[in-house]
Design a binder for this molecule. Structure first.
Ligand SMILES: [Zn+2]
Ligand SMILES: [Zn+2]
Ligand SMILES: [Zn+2]
Length: 406
């Protein structure tokens, strides 16, 4: 089912706040209650550190379950209220506020925990619903608990979502409104139980399986061949979740990866490079394990190839699905996207909408969204690589000024 992300006004996990002074009063003739000062409600406090951890969460299973009385609300009805009409009103509001929390928790436990045969943690934010079972994460000098690790990833994924939308000048209205469901596990066995249930495919080998589009589900585990530390997991998920966000543009009808593999992978690599540096991951069956063509310095590799006139023909990379892209193709796909986003990031959304909508040929997408013929694109891209790329050693995130921005 298609759901719009909730408006930010509804994002507080605490829900309703205490009534403003004087907002409520009993019926005529009723005694006034000193306990609740005529509101029918009493404050229900949560520790500041707890609230800080929950920031940005709509629901969190740990927070809800740690508070059986109020399921995380910041108020309870005044139990011994002396004003009967206020007591009745507060009790019915309280029941109404608890119901969606209880229903969410029951749904998560039934849908996910039963499928993976263990109790995992769950959180829902504006754009993500995350099931999480990574017991410990070394983060800086600390070791985060499963609950803390889940909120760390919830914040990181929301940050990535915001970054991608900002990059293309998009708002939530430019997306198809799907919530992205992530199932992030440490163990392969747990991921294997989740994969067929949520991503419609078994996870026999590999680190993840994805279902994108009208529904968005990603199941992954801490595959030691890809993920050996928190930073690698973060980069891996940046790549993987980037696919889900870029595939969820308004008007979307078709997958990007089947006909426009260079755009699909190019955008994911772009997000990796922008945030971390040299890419570490790709989504392909045919090219096998991730490997760098030439060296891990993609910018230098592309620059050298262009200088020597040995770059692949753009037309040969177009039209390939993701699985057919070679290790070399990945680097040029990244570079084409790098060029288009440098040229004008706001034209990427119209291009994605063509590619996930009516699906014209690549040349027509470029022409309609960017106003470029294939010849003009290739010429402009070559010039960009010659002018902007360097052969310098490459460490860490790469930032580049936009065209005309100095
Ligand atoms: Zn929590
Ligand atoms: Zn009272
Ligand atoms: Zn990928």
């Amino acid at each position: 089912m298609l759901r719009r992300p909730r408006a930010s006004a509804g994002l507080s996990l605490l829900g309703a706040v205490l009534c403003a002074p004087g907002a409520a009063a009993g019926q005529q003739g009723e005694p006034l209650c000193g306990d609740c000062q005529g509101t029918g409600r009493l404050k229900h406090e949560h520790a500041a550190a707890e609230l800080a951890l929950e920031e940005g969460a709509i629901f969190c299973s740990v927070f809800l379950e740690s508070d059986p009385e109020a399921l995380g609300l910041d108020w309870v009805p005044c139990a011994k209220c002396r004003t009967p009409s206020l007591k009745a009103a507060a009790e019915s509001e309280f029941a109404a506020a608890l119901a969606p929390r209880r229903a969410w928790l029951e749904e998560r436990r039934k849908t996910v925990d039963e499928a993976v045969m263990k109790k995992v943690d769950h959180v829902e934010t504006a754009h993500f619903v995350i099931a999480f079972d990574i017991p410990k994460i070394a983060f800086g000098k600390r070791v985060l608990s499963r609950h803390e690790g889940m909120h760390l990833y919830a914040r990181r994924m929301e940050e990535l979502h915001r970054q991608i939308l900002d990059l293309h000048g998009m708002t939530d209205a430019d997306t198809n409104g799907v919530k992205h469901h992530l199932y992030l596990f440490e163990s392969q066995k747990t991921a294997q139980l989740a994969a067929p249930r949520f991503a419609n495919r078994p996870l026999s080998a590999g680190t993840k399986v994805s279902l994108l589009g009208i529904e968005s589900h990603l199941v992954s585990w801490d595959d030691p061949s890809v993920i050996t530390c928190d930073e690698e997991r973060h980069q891996f998920l940046t790549h993987a979740v980037s696919h889900h966000v870029h595939d969820a543009v308004a008007g979307r009808q078709h997958w990007l990866f089947q006909r426009y593999g260079w755009v699909y992978e190019g955008l994911a690599h772009y997000m990796e490079v922008k945030n971390f540096g040299s890419p570490v991951t790709w989504c392909t069956a045919e090219a096998g394990e991730f490997a760098h063509w030439q060296s891990r310095n993609w910018e230098a590799n592309v620059k050298r190839a262009v200088a020597a006139g040995e770059e692949p023909a753009f037309q040969d990379i177009l039209g390939k699905d993701v699985g057919s892209l070679s290790a070399m193709d990945h680097q040029f796909a990244w570079s084409y996207i790098d060029y288009l986003l440098w040229l004008d990031p706001k034209k990427m959304l119209p291009m994605l909408q063509l590619m996930t909508g009516p699906q014209p040929a690549d040349r027509d997408c470029l022409q309609q969204a960017y106003g470029l013929t294939v010849g003009q694109f290739v010429e402009g891209w070559r010039e960009y690589v010659r002018e902007e790329y360097t052969l310098k050693p490459w460490q860490g995130p790469m930032t580049r000024s936009r065209k005309g921005k100095g």
